[in-house]
Design a protein around this ligand. Structure first.
Ligand code: SAM
Length: 248
């Protein structure tokens, strides 16, 4: 059995999660890691579902459980599939594979969606909520506070899963922020060098002239960070960028 395969089988918990997502009939819901389709089926009773599952061995169970429901099944790695940008949905509802919690949250920064209800490890959610004065403040906590509003809904009872996991899980409601902070605007150009990303944002959203932008960037003393691509920055570097951009 793969490490992530604790299936949520308790219908009461599944229904609590689905109800928290406030799905409307005409919406499309994305599920990441459909497993055997227990959550998928409850979602499909309310809306169109796109479900991504990496494990082909689950295909026959999934198809059997979802017979007669409006579900688009995609087999593959959700992290790669979401990068392709070809699929559109309104909400995300998932008991996600815990091993991809961090890369998935990072990917969600770049995805368009209205809101999400996710089951996540409690320890991971605690890391998201760490504040800037805590020694554990990280890239993850920066992205969480800048890009999302996150609310813990409830602790998921361990016996909602089969087999029963050791990890404590919580259901969270997550909504993308307006992404208007300078940090968000700059980070969304993560493929660019920091210098070019800040210049672009200062031109586009603050109407700076080239000279004004250069002067401001210089005053913040980013030094050699300016020549680095944002996507290649480590936690320490990103923390520096975050702190300095909040002064601009
Ligand atoms: N949603 C189901 C449920 O509630 O019972 C299954 C949850 S189980 C925790 C996670 C599922 O995600 C497993 O079926 C696993 O095969 C799948 N999975 C793991 N990594 C994945 C990935 N990168 N992309 C898509 N599915 C993945």
């Amino acid at each position: 059995m793969q490490r992530d395969q604790h299936f949520m089988t308790d219908l009461q918990t599944i229904r609590r999660i689905v109800s928290a997502a406030e799905i409307r009939r005409n919406e499309t819901v994305l599920e990441i890691g459909a497993g055997k389709g227990f959550l998928t089926k409850e979602l499909a009773k309310r809306a169109k579902v796109i479900a991504i599952e990496i494990d082909k061995k689950l295909e026959s169970d999934l198809r059997k459980n979802l017979q007669g429901f409006k579900v688009e099944l995609i087999f593959g790695n959700a992290l790669k599939i979401l990068k392709r940008k070809g699929i559109e949905f309104d909400k995300i509802v998932s008991n996600i594979p815990y091993a991809i919690s961090e890369p998935l949250l990072q990917e969600m920064v770049f995805i368009d969606f209205e809101s999400a209800v996710l089951t996540l490890p409690k320890s991971f959610v605690d890391r998201l909520k760490v504040g800037p004065n805590d020694k554990n403040f990280s890239k993850l906590s920066i992205l969480a506070r800048e890009f999302f509003e996150i609310k813990t809904l409830f602790e998921v009872p361990k016996d909602s899963f089969h087999p029963k996991p050791k990890t404590t899980s919580v259901a969270v409601f997550l909504k993308p922020s307006d992404k208007k902070s300078l940090f968000c605007r700059v980070f969304l150009h993560e493929k660019m060098k920091l210098k070019n990303a800040i210049m672009r944002v200062l031109f586009d959203s603050r109407n700076y002239t080239k000279n004004q932008a250069r002067k401001h960037i210089k005053s913040l003393k980013f030094n050699n960070l300016l020549e680095k691509k944002i996507s290649g920055m480590g936690t320490g570097e990103l923390k520096t960028v975050w702190r300095k951009l909040h002064k601009l």
